[in-house]
Ligand binder design. Structure first.
Ligand code: THU
Length: 135
């Protein structure tokens, strides 16, 4: 029986194979699980105008929100090689904080080390997110 975590990691790994990375050569795949058990994936999509490049995590968020899902419980991010995980960038952490509680489970794995999963909560990664306070 395949676990929800394995399903998410496999989906992130598969998404990374679709990454468009002619400039960095650094594919990233992300898979989001929503509160109602749906799964959305994203890959990084680069652009010749470098600043327009899209991270995999935010591509997955765009897919989920477009489908009407705005609450996430878990994300898997697969990138890089070797024993250390690739951590999501600050912008992606802030975007995840918009749609998830601090307890969001973040599962990180390298492209070449399927069984080595690093676990963080969103609070670990972004302990002090920006929030809009009424004036
Ligand atoms: N990238 C992601 O997809 N997610 C992150 O959290 C950090 C970086 C992508 C952007 C770019 O295509 C490549 O990794 C190298 O920076």
């Amino acid at each position: 029986m395949i676990s929800a975590e394995q399903r998410l990691l496999t989906a992130a790994r598969e998404a990374a194979t679709h990454a468009y990375t002619p400039y960095s050569g650094f594919p990233v795949g992300a898979a989001l699980e929503t509160v109602d058990g749906r799964l959305f994936t994203g890959c990084n999509i680069e652009n010749a105008s470098f600043g327009l490049s899209m991270c995999a995590e935010r591509a997955a968020v765009a897919q989920a929100v477009t489908a009407g899902c705005q609450r996430f419980v878990r994300i898997a991010i697969v990138a890089g090689t070797g024993p250390e995980p690739t951590l999501p960038c600050g912008a992606c952490r802030q975007v995840l904080a918009e749609f998830a509680s601090p307890s969001l489970e973040c599962l990180l794995a390298s492209l070449d080390q399927v069984d080595r999963v690093h676990r963080f909560t969103l609070a670990d990664l972004l302990p002090h997110p920006f929030t809009l306070k009424p004036a």
